[in-house]
Design a protein around this ligand. Structure first.
Ligand code: 5AD
Ligand code: SF4
Length: 445
């Protein structure tokens, strides 16, 4: 049977899509290869959110060229957002690619494998499906034996917000909500397979709506949160415009929800928010999070920020910096604006020079690091419960995992901890990247 190598770039949506593709390949009898040299079919699931992501993908495709030259019968499939965005130019940029499948075309995956000689009528495999360990995989960034502890479950697909800087609505198409019965059965399946944490996933989960049952995101949270055996529930990602207090009320009712919420603000200036077409003011955003803070104390609020958006003035930038310095967010993903061909912002006047974007990025990063470190320090001496990810990448003699706040924790690796899925750790040192500590006694769940 053919073997498949799969590499994923980009966001958790891509990780979830890769999981789906791997599952389909497995159901057709394919096996998985750890290295592209050993594979008959090489799949690269790609990202187009910023130029850097694209460059990484093209770099990887360049490396894979050698394999195609040595073994022309091996097939190379490019999936994901870059396949959709660069459909017209991929042939010129990477002529050794055999096929492209955009995020809305995965229904054609089996047919494509069939055209490459994989039998489409094979009986279901006798082995269990085990997601292959993937390099660079954002959703499964832990070691292989810990990967099944975290599961990503899509609840919406696509996005129709058309923020002026963003390529996603063009690559992933309009918003679609997924049948709640299907969501529920997938969550149950993942729990049966050992998942301790379920992430409900969508570009904008707050827009979730299932007409037949008049079910919105708050209702869905309550329904999924009630599933037996579900230890930890979380979700990604939200748009502040559609975020409403009912979601906070639902979260406050659930005992198995992790104490964190991601609500991308993008910037602190109303003028920039308006040109970004974000559809809220900073005051409205702050009002919403005031309700969140009041009802969900000691939760972590995380956000995305873009600096150097076209026309962003020093005053606009300082508004973002000040928002961060005030300690609004426990953690932030901060990006320099990257023009995406085909989006309105890419051709706007007033593009900010690269050096200036880097200066602003560094300033906001430094300010957020201070805030994050202080947040982490607030756990010193406390016992934190950690969901393991595997040996630390930086120091494999230690283990790494995440708390419910999504804080990275490093703890000793020994005979007991090396395979324990959940560990209680006493936080002894705090950094901007996370916590380090020793194992509490009694330690395990
Ligand atoms: N440049 C920089 N950052 C971007 N994002 C989306 N598009 C761009 C772009 N063109 C960021 C936003 C979004 C996150 C997923 O990526 O902050 O929330
Ligand atoms: Fe992109 Fe805006 Fe949609 Fe988020 S909400 S995926 S930033 S268009």
């Amino acid at each position: 049977m053919p073997s498949v190598y799969l590499q994923t770039f980009g966001c958790q949506m891509n990780a979830a899509d890769s999981n789906g593709l791997a599952h389909q390949a497995w159901s057709m009898g394919c096996t998985f290869a750890a290295q592209p040299d050993e594979a008959d079919i090489i799949i690269v699931n790609t990202c187009a959110i910023r130029e850097k992501a694209e460059l990484r993908v093209y770099g990887r495709l360049g490396q894979l060229k050698g394999i195609k030259e040595r073994r022309p019968q091996a097939k190379l499939l490019v999936a994901g957002c870059l396949a959709e965005k660069d459909r017209a130019v991929m042939r010129a940029k990477a002529p050794h690619v055999d096929a492209l499948l955009g995020p809305r075309e995965y229904r054609r995956f089996k047919e494509l494998l069939g055209s490459w000689g994989v039998p489409t009528d094979a009986p279901p495999p006798q082995t269990d499906f085990v997601m292959p360990s993937l390099e660079d995989d954002p959703g499964r960034d832990g070691a292989h034996e810990f990967a099944h502890l975290r599961a990503l479950v899509n609840i919406t697909r696509g996005c129709e917000k058309f923020c002026t800087y963003c390529i996603v609505p063009y690559t992933r198409g309009p918003l679609e909500s997924i049948d709640p019965d299907e969501i529920e059965s997938q969550v149950r399946r993942e729990i049966r397979c050992g998942a301790r944490e379920i992430t409900l996933l969508g570009q904008n989960v707050n827009s979730y709506y299932w007409e037949e049952q008049r079910l919105d995101f708050a209702d869905l949270l309550l329904r999924v949160g009630a599933i037996e055996g579900l230890e930890r529930l979380t979700f990604l990602t939200s748009h502040p415009k559609d975020f409403n207090p009912r979601v906070v009320d639902a979260l406050a009712q659930l005992r198995n929800v992790e104490p964190r919420m991601h609500l991308p603000v993008q910037c602190g200036s109303n003028r920039v928010l308006q040109t970004m077409a974000r559809l809220y003011t900073i005051e409205e955003y702050l009002d919403k999070i005031a309700y969140f803070r009041e009802h969900l104390p000691r939760w972590a609020l995380t956000t995305d920020l873009i600096v150097g958006y076209p026309t962003e003035s020093e005053a606009d930038f300082l508004a973002t910096l000040e928002l961060v310095q005030r300690g609004t967010f426990e953690y932030a993903f901060i990006f320099a604006y990257s023009p995406r061909t085909g989006t309105p912002a890419a051709t706007m006047d007033g593009q900010v020079p690269p050096q200036e974007k880097i200066r602003r990025l560094q300033a906001v990063n430094a300010a957020q690091n201070d805030v994050t470190r202080r947040f982490n320090e607030s756990f010193l001496g406390e016992c934190v419960r950690v969901l393991a990810q595997g040996p630390s990448k930086k120091d494999p003699s230690k283990m790494a995992g995440k708390t419910g706040h999504n804080t990275t924790v490093i703890y000793p690796r020994d005979d007991r901890t090396k395979s324990a899925p959940v560990v209680d750790v006493i936080a002894e040192q705090a950094f901007s990247w996370g916590l380090a500590g020793s194992v509490a006694e009694p330690a395990y769940v």
